[in-house]
Design a protein. Structure first.
Length: 277
């Protein structure tokens, strides 16, 4: 991987990386296409990273299908599928860890202790091996994106972080590799998440700006679906991810919870225009 990357740099080719855990879907395809717009060559890494799963999480059952992944990645425009082994990504000195930035503390950080340390550590290693000019992350995992941005800034890593919008099914369910765990009934129950977030957006459009009122609306809406066990639902500042007292210009709705045994997360950006109208 390093040799190929060095040859690219010698040829003055801009290298993009899309880090993934495989089980690729249209959301990943959008990241790859995005990387292709700013880079000459795109590497897609596939590594199910044990460091970012808690002891009672789905590391063992996480979907793996390398043949499908390689077809999807190629069709989306990837030049290389980089599939390192656990031995390579977790070297003997693997007790070296990257401490995540402050923005990792709340939300996912609270409900998945150690998760962002695992993400930061593995992404740093991937950056060090692939040495991309740019790396593209999905806004679906919005807190992860913010954590990576701050980590890169804090460690002065020579990589530009880009993001791409969440891809949704027509009814609004955000694409996620974990959706494959959902039964038909759970799939339709999961739509409560996007409905609740859109209700907040609509209320903002009609002039409601109070973070407390909007958050209450969000949680009430989520409670309408008995299968949804919400872990957190908040309206936050897009940069700090601290809860907002009032949505003035921008905000991000963050939701996480379980439908059955499947943990889902989603978010919705509340834009200037939504707040201004
Ligand atoms: O978003 C993911 O799939 C993972 O967290 C990532 C960024 C590939 C790190 O393992």
């Amino acid at each position: 991987m390093r040799t190929w990357s060095r040859l690219c740099r010698e040829d003055k080719l801009r290298l993009g990386l899309v880090p993934t855990m495989g089980a690729l879907h249209e959301g990943h395809a959008a990241l790859i296409r995005r990387a292709k717009t700013t880079c000459d060559r795109v590497v897609v890494s596939v590594f199910v990273n044990p460091l970012q799963f808690g002891p009672n999480e789905d590391y063992q059952r996480y979907p793996r299908d390398l043949m499908r992944d390689s077809v999807l990645a190629q069709q989306a425009g990837a030049d290389v599928l980089f599939v390192p082994t656990p031995e390579e990504m977790l070297p003997a000195a693997a007790d070296v860890r990257v401490t995540p930035p402050e923005v990792a503390r709340r939300w996912e950080g609270e409900f998945r202790p150690g998760h962002f340390e695992g993400v930061c550590t593995i992404c740093t290693r991937l950056f060090n091996v692939v040495q991309p000019d740019r790396a593209v992350f999905g806004r679906k995992d919005y807190q992860q994106l913010r954590v990576i941005e701050d980590m890169v800034a804090g460690l002065l890593l020579p990589v530009v972080i880009e993001s791409a919008a969440t891809v949704r099914e027509p009814e609004g369910l955000a694409l996620s590799s974990r959706n494959s765990y959902l039964s038909e009934e759970e799939r339709s129950a999961a739509l409560v998440i996007i409905r609740a977030m859109r209700a907040v957006e609509a209320a903002l459009r009609s002039g409601e700006r109070s973070g407390r009122v909007l958050t209450q609306m969000l949680t009430d809406h989520l409670r309408c679906e008995p299968m949804m066990k919400t872990q957190y639902a908040a309206i936050t500042d897009p940069i700090t991810l601290e809860p907002l007292e009032a949505v003035e210009r921008e905000g991000v709705v963050l939701v996480a919870g379980h439908i059955g045994t499947t943990r889902l997360i989603d978010n919705l950006h509340l834009t200037d225009t939504a707040a201004a109208q």
